[in-house]
Design a protein around this ligand. Structure first.
Ligand code: ZN
Length: 316
């Protein structure tokens, strides 16, 4: 995920937390880049274990998540069966799978025609497996949550998606997990355990800050708490911390709901224009489409010790 425009002011947050406490808060969990995204080399064995950890945490918290698949990540010569087994494990765990296209092709860098081809190329295994398990294949998550360069492109692409039975899966909360995950991936050695723990702790703190920001956006735009949709990725960091993330969300007052339930909220019918290059929270898209000014448009940049480590380990 590219960086979106960030918090202008965190001032309303203190007031906000008291106000929101009374609301029934719901959240759907979506996990992108299944089977796995990693900044460093990852074996199919580790990918399988990582997904087992994710699924165990989801089950422990009674969460029915949607995993968005990049089928190109399955095509490891000699190990395709292991990739298929990961998708099967998701379905057996009662989770849903969606399409995130073949090659993680975004609607900024690539043409609409190329992305449409990647959608169809990216559903081959998933279509077969979901049929086998009598599970639906109904959601599409745009890579980088880029919904198009222009309105005409966005509309044409969404018409294409609908014609192939796909509903767009929006997201309202993301908290830079790819940023923390890159550092975490690079700190894999046993002697780095203490630094890994610091990253995990700062990641949890960043979740709490980010959730407050998106709650503020919802309150300012809609006057209430929308059922939020969390976007995280299938990576080592979330494998190790998803249990904690879900505990934190429950602690913040959230009940977990499936994506289809969240999407039934009328807010998800609001217009959202083509994202262009940066794919912010749908809360920001709705506000922009309506010309409503919010005090914040997304979470603040990650700080703490992870930020300099990221500069050191993850800069290109
Ligand atoms: Zn992705």
């Amino acid at each position: 995920m590219p960086r979106v425009s960030r918090a202008l002011s965190l001032l309303p947050l203190v007031v906000a937390s008291a106000v929101f406490a009374a609301d029934a808060k719901r959240i759907a969990v979506t996990i992108d880049d299944v089977p796995a995204a990693s900044a460093t080399a990852i074996s199919t064995g580790e990918t399988a274990r990582l997904n087992e950890q994710l699924l165990a945490a989801l089950k422990r918290h009674g969460v029915k998540a949607v995993g968005f698949v990049n089928e190109d990540r399955l095509l490891v010569p000699g190990h395709v069966d292991e990739g298929i087994a990961v998708l099967t494990a998701w379905l057996k765990a009662g989770m849903e799978l969606g399409n995130h296209n073949f090659g993680h092709v975004g609607l900024w860098q690539s043409s609409r025609e190329d992305v449409e081809a990647a959608v169809l190329k990216g559903e081959v295994f998933t279509r077969w497996l979901t049929r086998e398990h009598q599970a639906p294949l109904r959601y599409y998550r745009h890579p980088y949550t880029q919904t198009g360069r222009t309105e005409a492109d966005r509309e044409a692409f969404e018409t294409f998606l609908a014609a192939h039975g796909y509903t767009v899966a929006p997201m309202t909360i993301e908290h830079d997990d790819y940023f923390f995950a890159c550092v975490y991936d690079h700190l894999g050695a046993p002697h780095e355990a203490a630094r890994r723990q610091t990253v995990a702790d700062e990641y949890d703190a960043h979740l709490r800050t980010s959730v407050r920001v998106f709650e503020t956006m919802s309150q300012e735009l809609l006057g209430r708490q929308v059922p939020q949709i969390l976007l995280i990725h299938a990576n080592r960091l979330n494998a190790d911390t998803l249990d904690r993330t879900l505990t934190t969300l429950a602690e913040l007052g959230y009940t977990f709901v499936p994506l289809d339930e969240a999407l039934r909220d009328e807010a998800y019918r609001l217009p959202a224009r083509a994202s262009g290059r940066f794919g912010p929270s749908w809360l920001a898209r709705w506000a922009r489409a309506q010309g409503v000014k919010l005090s914040v448009y997304g979470q603040p940049d990650p700080e703490g010790r992870t930020a300099p480590w990221h500069a050191q380990l993850c800069s290109r």
